[in-house]
Design a protein around this ligand. Structure first.
Ligand code: PHB
Length: 391
């Protein structure tokens, strides 16, 4: 063959490829736009969810119903305007099939109108304010809600000598949910919230608030801070000798987050929290998950954010399988509703009416196990629906 002829053939082949590839990419690729805080104060959430999503893909393959799964990870730095811009770009230019991630409530809410307008399922893997699922009919949640976690603790506390409580929460959606639902249930149970304190989400200084709590001398301090902020609360709580003054620290599991817990030191021992996931959850499925996650991530312990990401990927994969890639966003969404399966956290399902997660909530106490600090589960409330949806 002459060089000219060979060149001609090559460029002809290239032309065919260039013509064909956008079409092929459309139909053969299934794109998941994963928007996470990879930097900034919620960076641990981003790191955990990205690692979990990649683990799920490594374990389950990257081809589903004949489509190649492509994960596109974007860093929104926990800035809702950035989340929104990234989501718009992913929908319009990348033509993603699913939007997923969302480290904090304001980011999840900023994207809801885009999900609705473009009919793109939005899988919320982290954010946990009750009302999020009502912001778009295209939202499905695989994390948890603050009312779910808080009510269980308000049932446990008065039975365990805790009657007077001061609450301390981050001053935004999930914190306000936690404060409200904990207080209502504790009051119903004959206890009392003597003061409700709110700290700013950004760069909180807990010192003046904790001083106030010390002066008020309640039986316990109930805390909600988002994943990543627990260490600062614990440190200042201990530095002020609150525990020695007879004030117990209780909270939702966000404060004794598995990502940070082991570095909090013995001062964290005995802290009781309620939550949907502990890395110490004693099931075969969880042991397998924790081992595989650590192996793939330089011994990093998965936290509840990782589980939200892992299960979110499962919901997407199974929806794609069930709908065989047909029906677009609406077909996928329909196949997400009602999914029921065993997560590393325990049994869970996606309520078909609310699109929110229904799951077991555990009471846990920080203990040393095999030389490391863990949230050890000692009681369980089965199949908890989000109490925020009942009103
Ligand atoms: C939220 O912003 O909804 C959020 C973030 C971190 C948590 C819980 C809730 O640990």
């Amino acid at each position: 063959m002459t060089i000219q002829k060979r060149l001609f053939l090559t460029s002809a082949a290239l032309a065919v490829l260039t013509l064909a590839s956008p079409v092929m990419a459309q139909s053969d690729t299934f794109k998941i736009g994963l928007i996470l805080p990879m930097t900034g104060p919620q960076a641990t959430t981003g790191r955990q969810i990205e690692a979990a999503a990649k683990l799920y893909m490594a374990q389950n393959g990257d081809t589903v119903a004949g489509k190649k799964i492509q994960l596109i990870v974007k860093d929104d730095t926990s800035t809702p305007d950035v989340t929104k811009r990234l989501a718009q770009d992913l929908v319009v230019n990348e033509k993603v099939n699913v939007l997923a991630g969302f480290g904090i409530t304001p980011s999840a809410l900023a994207v809801a109108p885009i999900a609705t307008q473009s009919k793109t399922p939005q899988v919320v893997m982290a954010a946990a304010t009750s009302s999020i699922t009502q912001a778009s009919p295209y939202i499905v949640r695989t994390s948890f809600t603050l009312p779910q976690a808080s009510v269980a603790l308000a049932d446990w506390a008065p039975k365990n000598g805790i009657k007077k409580v001061v609450t301390l929460v981050s001053d935004y959606g999930p914190g306000i949910d936690a404060e409200k639902f904990f207080k209502e249930r504790l009051t119903f149970n004959g206890g009392q919230v003597t003061e409700a304190l709110r700290v700013p989400l950004r760069n909180p200084d807990f010192a003046p608030f904790l001083q106030k709590v010390r002066d008020l001398k309640p039986d316990a301090l109930f805390v909600f801070v988002p994943s990543g902020a627990g260490t600062a609360v614990m440190k200042q709580f201990l530095e002020r000798g609150m525990d020695k003054a007879g004030i117990k620290l209780i909270g939702t599991g966000d404060v004794t987050d598995d990502d940070l817990l082991n570095d909090m030191g013995d001062g964290a021992l005995g802290v009781v929290t309620s939550h949907h996931y502990s890395a110490a959850h004693p099931s075969a499925a969880n042991k397998k998950f924790v081992e595989a996650f650590k192996k793939a991530n330089n011994n990093l312990r998965p936290n509840f954010m990782a589980v939200g990401g892992y299960d979110g990927m499962r919901v997407i994969y199974e929806a794609l399988k069930a709908s065989k890639g047909q029906g677009g966003g609406d077909g996928l969404l329909a196949a997400m509703k009602g999914q029921i399966f065993e997560s590393p956290r325990g049994p869970m399902f996606i309520d078909a009416q609310t699109r929110d997660v229904v799951q077991d909530i555990y009471l846990r106490k920080v203990e040393r196990k095999d030389g490391q600090l863990y949230n050890v589960e000692f009681d369980v409330i089965k199949d908890v629906k989000d109490p925020g949806k009942a009103r």
